[in-house]
Ligand binder design. Structure first.
Ligand SMILES: [Zn+2]
Length: 205
């Protein structure tokens, strides 16, 4: 792609760093912004910068939050003895949309993936295990997508919890293997949480 302007090229380069945005789409977006009033670009830049500099992570579940303790963890009507382990905030949002779950979450921030250099220490596994050892948790539900990385992560955590008096379960999938959680429809996902199965019995499949 040949550009008549260095400024335009730079903007397109930056925009196309985003996932799913090719250079053509980046150019379309940049030209769109150029046509809009300056205030819109200022508002967009400010929102992104504020997000990056001011975002907090809940000190209990590690979900993105505006406060030290997120709304879910701070809600006294939720059952704090049940913790659902998910990869990121998109899974929390998907499960919350089902209205079928009243426990808390633990956001790992990713899955163990040696190919991409992501090991257990880069995730919030240690804090989950500490939480489990506190004796305040009755059940841990694994709700990671059933990919190789998801299964590896579940199993790693399961091993860390060995010897603790905690029930472990996994969401019963009506979803085919490899499907990402966030794409599951609400009814299927809601049902799979309600009908969760002991984690150990999922290992036999
Ligand atoms: Zn929280």
């Amino acid at each position: 792609m040949e550009f008549s302007s260095k400024l335009l090229e730079e903007a397109v380069n930056e925009m196309s760093q985003l996932p799913g945005i090719g250079r053509r789409t980046a150019l379309r977006l940049v030209l769109h912004l150029l046509k809009q009033p300056e205030s819109q670009t200022v508002a967009l830049s400010k929102a992104l910068l504020d997000l990056k500099t001011e975002v907090k992570f809940c000190k209990n579940c590690h979900n993105i939050s505006d406060t030290e303790l997120c709304e879910i963890c701070a809600n006294a009507s939720r059952n704090s003895e049940i913790v659902c382990v998910v990869e990121d905030i998109r899974d929390v949002m998907a499960i919350e949309n089902t209205s079928q779950y009243r426990g808390l979450y633990h956001v790992l921030g990713g899955k163990i993936n040696p190919m991409e250099g992501i090991g257990p220490s880069q995730l919030t596994i240690k804090s989950l295990v500490e939480k489990a050892k506190s004796g305040k948790i009755d059940e841990i539900i694994f709700a990671l997508s059933s990919t190789l990385e998801g299964d590896t992560t579940n199993f790693y955590i399961f091993k860390q919890l060995e010897g603790l008096d905690i029930k472990t379960s996994t969401i019963a999938r009506g979803i085919s293997v490899g499907d990402e959680l966030e794409f599951a429809d609400e009814v299927t996902l809601g049902r799979s949480i309600t009908n969760r199965i002991p984690f150990e019995s999922s290992l036999r499949n």
